[in-house]
Design a protein around this ligand. Structure first.
Ligand SMILES: Nc1nc2c(c(=O)[nH]1)N[C@H]1C(S)=C(S)[C@@H](COP(=O)(O)O)O[C@H]1N2
Ligand SMILES: [Mo]
Length: 259
């Protein structure tokens, strides 16, 4: 990862200017960005910022920029797992996710088990946002889903809950290699944090995380967990997998992952 950067007004101004420049480049579509060195540098530097300086930039209630239909990327790149080989997932694909359930458990008063229709019956939100992968590409997509905050309010957190963990159905190969991610409560209750089941006005496809994936805007691509099957409220991330709160964080990426 890149240099450690000091916080301060100059640095924040630089980041804002860089991100504004990135926004301008992105409308052309995803592919044109894949080898763009300056975009990669922006993303790498953004990742190198300290968590504290990112917190100054990203005050809890602040919304990520939203775009217009005309800004949608003609092609939204699929990345990471794009077709989980896991037997349980293959069975869900074969049955059209009819037997899929979203479990909500851990430190909650009311554990839940929701069907896809249950999730779709909830109040929804639709947003057009930009997805930024650390690999140096960005795409703009339209997402519809159930706000996570309302769901977690219904499940009612116990007082010691601090994080929500997303357990995914895809194995990355090797032992204990299920993909997972986690976010802090401020982001759980952020209005743009969705359990998305539609992308660009169509049901979420397998490459993009069917049947349900997380959209936690203002964060890098790897936080956007696909193929979710379980949401767990926890007090600490230490006891899960590698103890750093996510598949990629366990392998050296920073957990925070803000942009
Ligand atoms: N379950 C799961 N979620 C995942 C990944 C993955 O491999 N498995 N890859 C992450 C990364 S690095 C990115 S950039 C995005 C890609 O989402 P997309 O395929 O819709 O573009 O998903 C993220 N969520
Ligand atoms: Mo990514």
């Amino acid at each position: 990862m890149s240099e450690v950067v000091k916080s301060g007004p100059g640095r924040r101004g630089w980041l804002k200017a860089s991100l504004a420049g990135l926004g301008g480049l992105v409308v052309a579509g995803c592919d044109s960005l894949s080898n763009n060195r300056s975009v990669q540098k922006v993303l790498e530097s953004a990742e190198g910022l300290t968590r504290r300086s990112q917190r100054i930039l990203l005050t809890p209630g602040q919304l990520a920029p939203e775009f217009r239909e005309a800004d949608l990327s003609p092609m939204f790149k699929a990345n990471g797992t794009v077709d989980p080989p896991d037997a349980a997932y293959r069975a869900h694909v074969a049955t059209g996710f009819a037997n899929w359930r979203l479990r909500v458990d851990g430190l909650v008063e009311h554990p839940m088990s929701l069907t896809l229709d249950d999730l779709k019956a909830r109040t929804s939100r639709t947003q057009i946002t930009r997805h930024d992968c650390v690999e140096g590409w960005s795409c703009i997509g339209k997402w519809k889903g159930a706000p996570l905050g309302a769901l977690i309010r219904d499940a009612k957190l116990k007082p010691d809950a601090k994080y929500i963990v997303f357990h995914c159905m895809d194995s990355m190969g090797g032992d204990d290699s299920r993909y997972y991610e986690s976010i802090a409560l401020a982001d759980v209750f952020h209005p743009q944090t969705l359990l998305a089941y539609e992308m660009n006005d169509a049901p979420l496809t397998v490459p993009h995380g069917a049947p349900v994936r997380l959209r936690v805007e203002r964060y890098l691509g790897y936080k956007q967990a696909k193929y979710i099957e379980r949401i767990e409220a926890v007090a600490s991330l230490k006891d899960l997998h590698g103890g750093r709160g996510g598949y990629w964080p366990d392998r050296g990426y920073e957990w925070y992952g803000g942009i």
